[in-house]
Design a protein around this ligand. Structure first.
Ligand code: PEP
Ligand code: MN
Length: 337
C-alpha cells in the first residue's frame, strides 16, 4: 500500500500515519519528494487495508500496490511522470534527444560536438568526465576539469547536460555541475550509490544493467525514488545475449513493457547497445516508434580519434540526418520535440 500525503500535509500528520502503520505491525518507508511525501507500507496486507487511511488528517489517497517495486509502479501513479530540467519537460508526450561525445576529451572536441548537436536539434548535451572502463588502463575521463568544460558548454549553447557518476564519493561534485546524473549499466545494481543519489535533488538517469531483468531494473529505480528523489529516468541500453554480431542486444520491447509497468520516462541509447556506427540510426528510429520519451546518442566530431567508443560514435552530419528522421517519426507518434 502507498499512502499519498496531501501537498500541504504537516510533519505531525506524516508522523501520525507512520505511527498508525507501526500499530498495525507494518513498516513505513517515507519518501519526501520536492512536491509531496508518499509513504510505502510494507507488512500484513489485510491489517494495513483495514485502516481507513483517507480518514487520517493530511492523507490524500491510499493505493494498493502488489508489485515488488511500489513507488515507481504504474499502479501507484497512473499519469506519466514529467521531469523538468532547466525549464525543459522530459516525458508526458515530448520527445527529448540527448547527444554529445561519450567522454569529454578536449575543449575543442566538446564545443564542436555541442554546437553541432544543438543546431541539429538535440536538447540535452551528453559528455562524461568520469568513465567506467572495462580496462583499468583505458582513459578514465578528465574528472572535474571535464565537468567545468561541460558547464561552460551548457552556458554557451544553452542546453542542460547529463554526466555519469561512477563513485559514490563523487556524487556531490557531479551534482554541483550536472543537470542530470547518469548511472551506467555497470552500476545499476550498486545499491548504496542509488540510495545516495536518492538523497540529492538532481534528476537521475538509470541505465539498465546489461544482465538485469526489467523487474530488477525497476527495483533499482525504487532505491532512488524511495529516498525522496522522484525524478528518475530509465534508459534501455541493450542486454548481453548469445548474439555476438552486436555489442549488446537492444531490448526494444523493454520500452512498451516499462511504459505499462511504470510511470517513469523511458529513453533508449542506440549507441552503446548496438556498439556500431551503422546501427545507431536504425535503432534510434525504432526507439521513437516503440514509444520512447527520448534517445541518447554518442556524437563525436572526429570518431576515428575518439578516446572512448569511437566505433559507435556518429558524426555531426550523420546526427543531423538522423534528427530529420526522428522529427518525422515523433510527429507520427503524436509527440512533440
Ligand atoms: C555511456 O553512456 O557512456 C555508458 C558508459 O553507457 P553504459 O553504461 O550503458 O555502457
Ligand atoms: Mn560510451
Amino acid at each position: 500500500m502507498i499512502i499519498v500525503m496531501r501537498r500541504d500535509a504537516s510533519d505531525d500528520e506524516i508522523a501520525r500515519v507512520v505511527e498508525r502503520l507501526d500499530q498495525v505491525g507494518a513498516e513505513a518507508h517515507v519518501s519526501r519528494g520536492q512536491t509531496r511525501t508518499v509513504i510505502g507500507a510494507v507488512g500484513d496486507r489485510e491489517a494495513i487495508t483495514q485502516v481507513p487511511w483517507v480518514a487520517l488528517a493530511g492523507v490524500e489517497r491510499a493505493v494498493p500496490v502488489l508489485k515488488p517495486f511500489k513507488f515507481v509502479s504504474r499502479e501507484f501513479q497512473q499519469d506519466d511522470s514529467i521531469i523538468t530540467v532547466r525549464g525543459l519537460a522530459i516525458g508526458g508526450g515530448t520527445f527529448t534527444p540527448i547527444a554529445g561525445p561519450c567522454a569529454v576529451e578536449t575543449r575543442e572536441q566538446l564545443f564542436t560536438a555541442a554546437q553541432a548537436v544543438r543546431s541539429a536539434g538535440a536538447l540535452i548535451l551528453r559528455g562524461d568526465a568520469f568513465k567506467p572502463r572495462t580496462s583499468p588502463y583505458a582513459f578514465q575521463g578528465m574528472g572535474e576539469e571535464g565537468l567545468e568544460l561541460l558547464a561552460e558548454a551548457r552556458d554557451e549553447f544553452d542546453m542542460p547536460f547529463i554526466a555519469e557518476v561512477v563513485d559514490p564519493r563523487h556524487i556531490e561534485l557531479v551534482a554541483s555541475y550536472a543537470d542530470i546524473i547518469r548511472v551506467g549499466t555497470r552500476n545499476m545494481a550498486n545499491f548504496p550509490l542509488l540510495s545516495e543519489l536518492g538523497k540529492q535533488s538532481k534528476p537521475v538517469m538509470l541505465k539498465r544493467g546489461f544482465t538485469a531483468s526489467i523487474e530488477e531494473w525497476l527495483n533499482a529505480a525504487e532505491y532512488v525514488y524511495k529516498e525522496g528523489n522522484h525524478d528518475v529516468i530509465m534508459c534501455e541500453r541493450g542486454i548481453r545475449t548469445f548474439e555476438t554480431a552486436t555489442r549488446n542486444t537492444l531490448d526494444i520491447s523493454a520500452v512498451p513493457v516499462l511504459k505499462g509497468l511504470s510511470h517513469l520516462p523511458v529513453f533508449v541509447d542506440p549507441s552503446h547497445s548496438g556498439g556500431h556506427r551503422r546501427l545507431v540510426a536504425p535503432l534510434a528510429r525504432v526507439a521513437v516508434a516503440a514509444g520512447a520519451d527520448g534517445i541518447m546518442v554518442d556524437v563525436h566530431p572526429n570518431p576515428e580519434q575518439a578516446l572512448v567508443d569511437g566505433g559507435q560514435a556518429i558524426t555531426p552530419d550523420d546526427f543531423a540526418a538522423l534528427m530529420s528522421d526522428v522529427s518525422a517519426l515523433v510527429s507520427v507518434m503524436g509527440m512533440s520535440l
